[in-house]
Design a protein around this ligand. Structure first.
Ligand code: NAI
Ligand code: 15L
Length: 267
């Protein structure tokens, strides 16, 4: 197999459970980790339950790993204190350990909430300034800046995947635009893992949906070509002619409802 040992953090989460199955073809050993229980190790796996905020534990976690898929952390808006531990301290620990153990590449599960304050009428690319829509989005911007620094300073390559909405199906009108199918996610991660040189790359994790907010021209070297589209779900959210709706903050900004969920939002 192309890799000997890959580390997947967040392996008990929604995406982690999918990737735990899919990544096995790439690697002799898949080391899966989470704060939550992961059950027994399956064939070809190592299971490590630990808190990303525990630096000593993360140092051990990263030992002898060739590639890290960093999906662990808080995945929605929450208090600054909780996000600081899991996403800021946690991601720092991953990069410090990666540097210590000479890991050459990280794939970081970033988020569209790094840019959630762009409007749903905007069309943007990865060269444009971040506009996070909450503390969660700010923590993902931290991860993107941190990984940029570790590339410039010590040469650890990172692909930051600004995931849209990776679920079995879109849950609302907004997600027709942000939808990322699981198959396209795996294909994008394959591109991120196997492209010979990625340097520091930001890519939007989105399927080939009819409506587009994001251009991936700055990541064309990855060769990612999404095969799926949210079109087959379009009937679930018929066009009312009111998207964006001037009276509705959630449909005015790309981050949707996240805009309204930060601790700073006062109705
Ligand atoms: P999830 O919330 O289902 O999974 C995250 C996992 O991280 C959980 O199993 C949780 O136990 C673990 N975790 C949280 N704090 C931790 C800590 N301190 N130490 C160790 N593990 C900890 O989220 P999901 O949907 O699987 O997302 C995975 C990653 O992708 C997250 O980083 C999320 O921010 C990112 N993402 C996901 C999107 C999606 O559409 N599913 C969209 C954008 C980003
Ligand atoms: C995210 O960053 C979240 O992790 C995920 O749960 C979804 O809410 C997604 O963004 C989204 O914007 O739909």
């Amino acid at each position: 197999k192309p890799f000997h040992r890959i580390l997947l953090t967040g392996a008990a989460g929604g995406l982690g459970k999918i990737l735990r199955e899919k990544l096995k073809d790439w690697t002799d050993i898949l080391r899966v980790s989470d704060l939550a229980d992961l059950g027994a190790a399956q064939e070809g796996e190592e299971v490590v339950q630990c808190d990303l905020a525990d630096k000593a534990a993360v140092m051990d976690l990263v030992k002898d790993v060739e590639l890290i898929l960093h999906f662990g952390g808080i995945s929605v808006e929450a208090s600054f204190e909780d996000i600081m531990r899991a996403n800021i301290q946690g991601t720092y620990n991953i990069y410090e350990a990666a540097h210590h153990h000479k890991v050459r590449r990280v794939i970081f599960a970033s988020s569209n909430h790094t840019i959630g304050f762009y409007k749903t009428t905007d069309f943007i690319d990865a060269t444009m300034p971040p506009r996070p829509d909450g503390i969660y989005g700010v923590s993902k911007c931290f991860g993107e800046s941190l990984s940029r620094y570790y590339y410039d300073r010590v040469g650890i390559e990172t692909v930051c995947v600004r995931i849209g909405s990776a679920f079995p199906a879109p849950a609302n009108r907004r997600m027709l635009t942000t939808y990322l199918s699981y198959d396209d996610l795996v294909e994008l991660l394959r591109c991120a893992a196997f492209t010979p040189r990625v340097g520091y790359t930001i890519v939007f994790g989105v399927s080939d949906n009819r409506e587009k907010w994001w251009s991936n021209h700055a990541a064309s070297h990855l060769g990612y070509e999404p095969q799926d589209s949210s079109d087959k779900f379009a009937h679930l959210f018929p066009d009312t002619g009111r998207y964006p709706d001037a009276d509705d903050v959630g449909s005015t900004y790309q981050g949707g409802g996240f805009i309204l969920s930060g601790p700073q939002y006062k109705p």
